[in-house]
Design a binder for this molecule. Structure first.
Ligand code: VGL
Ligand code: ZN
Length: 227
């Protein structure tokens, strides 16, 4: 096959973890668990690489409302402005959340419904307590040594051309990962029935942003990956 015809698709399964799924997760996303059969169907397609991500926070993570003081520490309602640890003038304003996906706790495990045996790789993210990192590729400041995951480099070394993205949450980690994947030059496909989000309006806006960045939204039904 001529190199310009190369098509090497990777599957990115974002944050399908216990804490993001009801009824027991600390911040269950509406219908979060319901995407599991779609994710498993995607895992059976002949992707070149199948990658799952895990939100993987230390207990003192800046995104936990519990690490801030009243009155501006209500999960979901409060926001915090974070300075880039390497360049204080860059700022990130982000929402506060219930404690979630704490490293090495059951809440951070991938939900049991997903066929983990089919994964090639699990990438953990959000370990730096000082910054929020929704995207699996890195924090919004793009600090090379602080919070880059190395996933973009891994995909490129393997010649991956296309990223098919599913998981949780549409309006946070899925969106940020999709925008970064597009920015890294990958062709990006978002599986509409393989994602669920926190807020309905946020999801509509997220799809608009992802499509503006060049990502295409598709249904898993009848999807074929030819290699
Ligand atoms: C996420 C909020 C906080 C996500 C992670 O996976 O979308 N959302 N941490
Ligand atoms: Zn998180």
């Amino acid at each position: 096959m001529a190199s310009e015809d190369a098509f090497k698709p990777a599957l990115l399964i974002i944050d399908t973890q216990n804490d993001f799924c009801g009824p027991d997760g600390s911040m269950g996303i509406p219908q979060g668990r319901s995407i599991a059969p779609v994710v498993n169907k995607l895992l059976d397609l002949p992707f070149f690489l199948r990658v799952a991500t895990k939100d993987w926070h230390p207990r003192d993570h800046i995104s936990f409302a519990s690490n801030h003081s009243a009155p501006d520490n209500k999960p979901y309602d409060s926001f915090v402005t974070i300075a880039n640890p390497l360049n204080g003038s860059e700022k990130q304003t982000t929402r506060l959340w219930p404690d979630h996906c704490i490293q090495d706790t059951p809440g951070a495990d991938i939900i049991a419904e997903i066929d983990q045996g089919k994964l090639d790789m699990v990438v953990e993210k959000g370990q730096d307590p000082r910054v929020e990192m929704y995207s699996v590729f890195g924090d919004p400041f793009r600090n090379p040594q602080v919070t880059r995951s190395g996933l973009a480099e891994t995909l490129k070394i393997n010649g991956v051309t296309d990223c098919y993205v599913c998981g949780l949450a549409t309006d946070y980690c899925v969106k940020s990962s999709v925008l970064d994947a597009a920015g890294e030059g990958f062709k990006v496909w978002v599986i509409k029935d393989g994602v669920k989000g926190v807020d309905t309006q946020g999801c509509e806006q997220a799809f608009a942003e992802m499509e503006k960045a060049g990502a295409e939204a598709i249904q898993s039904d009848g999807m074929e990956i030819e290699r």
